[in-house]
Design a protein around this ligand. Structure first.
Ligand code: AMP
Ligand code: ZN
Length: 116
């Protein structure tokens, strides 16, 4: 089972900030900014590459959940970054779809080179 599925099953601890039947959101353990949260589907899907037409609603829900959490953390007025890494060349390390919500500071590419 992948590390994020273990977090969903509460076998691995995480700082959960939002949860419902479809998605889970928790703080990234190696934050790149003051706010760095990962939003994941509860169903194991390896990558954006593996999404199908039937996942349209779920994919939209990941984005709308990020929007809601950005509002909860009060980073919405100034703005933030949403990022999906996809596959090897996209730099994806964990094989379970995750949407990065990164904010709380003015993000500059030269300060956070790993965040393209
Ligand atoms: P990616 O490189 O897009 O696959 O991002 C994976 C992210 O997951 C990285 O930013 C890691 O810091 C984060 N991460 C890995 N393991 C954990 C964990 N157990 N709890 C929280 N975040 C994690
Ligand atoms: Zn998984």
């Amino acid at each position: 089972m992948c590390i994020f599925c273990k977090i969903i099953n509460k076998e691995v601890p995480a700082a959960v900030v939002y949860e419902d039947d479809d998605v889970l959101a928790f703080k990234d353990v190696r934050p790149l900014a003051p706010v760095h949260i990962l939003i994941i589907p509860k169903r194991h899907i390896e990558s954006i590459s593996n999404l199908t037409e039937e996942d349209t609603e779920l994919a939209g829900k990941l984005i709308l959940t990020a929007k809601k959490i950005a509002e909860d953390f009060d980073i919405s007025p100034k703005g933030y970054k949403l990022l999906f890494r996809v596959g090897e060349w996209g730099g994806q390390e964990v094989p379970h779809i995750h949407l990065h919500l990164i904010g709380g500071a003015k993000l500059q590419e030269n300060i956070h080179p790993e965040v393209i």
